[in-house]
Design a protein around this ligand. Structure first.
Ligand SMILES: O=C(O)CCC(=O)C(=O)O
Length: 204
């Protein structure tokens, strides 16, 4: 996808990547290469990463990928059977949040950060429709580091939509996307650079 493919027409209205039942806008690269590199380094070295834990079919899973969670206040967030307590934003992450808000027009009060050190780390099909999140709210994902494929699958029809998330790019999911579509970051055997995603969210 090139930057001209992102827009529907000369009004610079972003194309909805989903054919129905949700809205996904890919804004392309919103950070220049130097800023994206610097942001990636800061995220890797300064965020408080830990392996994620989940209960799946009654079994505890510890993920290879790492996560960190930040918010306006030390609120708690429950998903996959675990409750996590947020840390308060470091300044550089708050600045990235403000930039993302200026592109999306939405206000975010939390950020779930994911760190994939290699292609064998990914995230399987899921939707982000937990009760702690605003219903039909926006989720804005800023990607830093190695390019990875990202896919959507309709919960009823099984139809899929995929795109490549570039270094410094922004993807926004909104409306009924989480109700009707799953998304995943597939694992890959390709030699890919480490990647961080900053997923800014709206908590109740
Ligand atoms: O790493 C990504 O871009 C996707 C993360 C994701 O699916 C999530 O945090 O729900």
């Amino acid at each position: 996808m090139t930057s001209t493919d992102l827009f529907e027409n000369d009004d610079m209205k972003l194309i909805n990547l989903l054919p129905r039942d949700g809205v996904v806008h890919y804004h392309g690269k919103i950070l220049d290469a130097v800023t994206a590199d610097r942001s990636l380094d800061k995220c890797i070295s300064e965020l408080r990463w830990e392996h994620d834990r989940a209960f799946i079919y009654g079994k505890e899973i510890v993920t290879k990928r790492k996560m960190a969670w930040y918010a306006d206040a030390p609120v708690s967030y429950t998903y996959s059977g675990y409750t996590k307590v947020a840390l308060v934003w470091p300044d550089f992450l708050r600045e990235i949040k403000q930039l993302v808000e200026s592109h999306s027009g939405d206000v975010f009060n939390s950020c779930l950060c994911n760190f994939y050190s290699a292609g064998e780390e990914g995230m399987s099909w899921h939707s982000d429709a937990e009760k702690d999140l605003v219903e039909n709210g926006s989720i804005a994902a800023l990607s830093l580091g190695g390019e990875r494929k990202f896919s959507f699958k309709h919960k009823q029809t099984g139809e899929t939509v995929s795109l490549t998330l570039e270094h410094g790019s922004l993807l926004i999911m909104k409306g009924t996307t989480q109700k009707n579509w799953l998304h995943s970051l597939p694992k890959t055997k390709k030699n890919v650079e480490p990647r961080v995603s900053l997923t800014f969210r709206q908590m109740c």
